[in-house]
Design a protein around this ligand. Structure first.
Ligand code: 5AD
Ligand code: SF4
Length: 439
């Protein structure tokens, strides 16, 4: 989401006549787009700001530093007065104000706008993607969140939920397709509740699938409490809607889920997973898990382990609970699981998850997948990497294939994180689909 926000900021600044540069020391203005989701995200920002302070000294003050995003509202006072690290603090709904705020700084004033909005979706801003691979793009479809999960700061930093009009989203997808993008990921904090007054999220996904049959569509993240069955059917019917769903569980224990204000039970979650697998055969799943939430007992932690063992996620994002200011958990519960215990539980779920991933990936050996090439692999220019429809990263020999192409690949080997394969031939979504049917 921050990547996507940065692309909106790029657009607003470039309209105002600014140009991106490659190195911090070439810049006259540096913005750091921040995240508040966990303490360690914020620590990294503070460290970067200290680096920029040194740079500012080197440049004898000829550098403006601004903080954008979620940390803006939370720490504007601290940032502006105590630390004197920044000139500009701008929250996620105030980016249109950037040119004016920069002018204020030029006039020698500190500039702040951290107001949240009920309407802002930046629908008319055309994001400028300076830093992606030209193959896959993020597209924000809604902003804010009304869910108020007890642990989460997002409703406070990003404000109320609002949906961007479908028409503007579909226009952007058209443009991306024309520019040669082959994959888009539709982004929102809670995409199931997308509603622009006319379209539900399922409507939007169907329309998105029709923009370009050779452009893959992914999305993140849905909430388990209100996953529409209609959407599962649409995903299973449309070949370019990817068979991969990120479905955050957070915990496998009913009492913890209740304390977290996650309005579903373990059983309801498992039933949803069963329905997903029934309606979309071969669908892969990933999740978010928080370990060591307030009051989490050893048994409750075991329930998370057993949920994860039962579902067998293809991928999981796992975090130790980090208390955030203003959240319900911070006001109401004690952050009483010792750091050491949180870390131990986190390593336990990570270890189990790595084993599950390796086991699942081994089953892929011998299977054929349609891989969308994203570019050279991390290790070698002689190899390419890209994802399967099911979101698994595959590495294979370059041969004559290129970025942005769909290549049919047979899987030959794996680790817990990556599949290795042999390329068979250049293909397309339509061709691969037709061959699947005849096979
Ligand atoms: N501590 C740890 N993890 C958190 N997340 C959100 N808030 C916190 C927190 N306070 C995790 C959740 C969410 C993901 C984006 O970040 O798992 O789904
Ligand atoms: Fe945070 Fe819950 Fe909203 Fe996700 S759904 S952004 S975890 S409050």
């Amino acid at each position: 989401m921050n990547v996507s926000d940065t692309e909106i900021v790029n657009s607003i600044l470039m309209e105002d006549g600014m140009q991106p540069v490659n190195e911090p020391n070439q810049a006259e203005v540096i913005f750091i787009n921040t995240c508040s989701i966990r303490e360690n995200a914020e620590e990294r920002v503070w460290n970067r700001l200290k680096e920029f302070k040194a740079l500012k000294k080197e440049k004898e003050g000829d550098l403006t530093v601004g903080v954008l995003g979620c940390m803006a509202e939370r720490i504007r006072d601290k940032i502006m007065e105590k630390e004197k690290l920044v000139d500009l603090v701008v929250g996620p709904d105030a980016y249109r104000d950037l040119p004016k705020l920069l002018a204020d700084v030029d006039d020698g004033r500190k500039a702040v706008n951290v107001l949240l909005s009920l309407e802002e979706t930046y629908a008319d801003v055309k994001p400028v993607r300076t830093n992606d691979n030209g193959v896959s793009a993020f597209v924000t479809i809604m902003r804010g969140c009304d869910n108020m999960c007890a642990f989460c700061v997002v409703p406070f930093t990003r404000g109320r939920e609002r949906s961007r009009p479908a028409e503007s989203i579909l226009d952007e997808l058209e443009r991306l397709s024309d520019q040669g993008y082959r994959e888009v990921t539709l982004l929102g904090q809670n995409v199931n509740s997308y509603n622009d007054g006319e379209h539900s999220f399922a409507d939007l996904m169907y329309k998105a699938s029709q923009v370009d049959p050779e452009m893959r569509v992914r999305f993140s993240s849905p909430h388990p409490k209100d996953f529409p069955e209609e959407l599962l059917k649409i995903i299973s019917e449309q070949p370019n809607l990817c068979n991969y769903i990120h479905i955050p569980a957070q915990s496998g224990n009913d009492e913890v889920l209740e304390r977290m204000r996650r309005p579903y039970t373990r059983q309801q979650y498992l039933d949803l997973v069963d329905r997903m697998r029934e309606i979309i055969p071969g669908v892969t799943l990933s999740t978010d898990i928080i370990t060591g939430f307030c009051g989490e007992t050893e048994e409750e932690h075991e329930d998370t382990l057993s949920l994860m063992a039962r579902v067998k996620y293809d991928l999981a994002y796992m975090f130790a609970y980090s208390e955030r200011g203003r959240t319900l958990a911070q006001r109401k519960y004690e952050d009483d699981v010792p750091e050491k215990v949180k870390k131990r539980r986190l390593s336990e779920i990570i270890e189990q998850q790595m084993n599950i991933q390796e086991e699942l990936n081994k089953k892929e050996i011998g299977r054929r997948h349609l891989v969308l090439v994203e570019g050279p692999s991390k290790r070698s220019d002689e190899q390419l990497c890209g994802r399967t429809d099911t979101n698994k990263m595959v590495v294979f020999d370059r041969e004559d294939y290129a970025k942005g192409e769909y290549v049919e690949v047979v899987i030959t080997d794996c680790t817990s994180a990556t599949l290795m394969g042999d390329p068979i031939k250049k293909s397309s979504i339509a061709e691969f689909e037709a061959e699947k049917i005849t096979a």
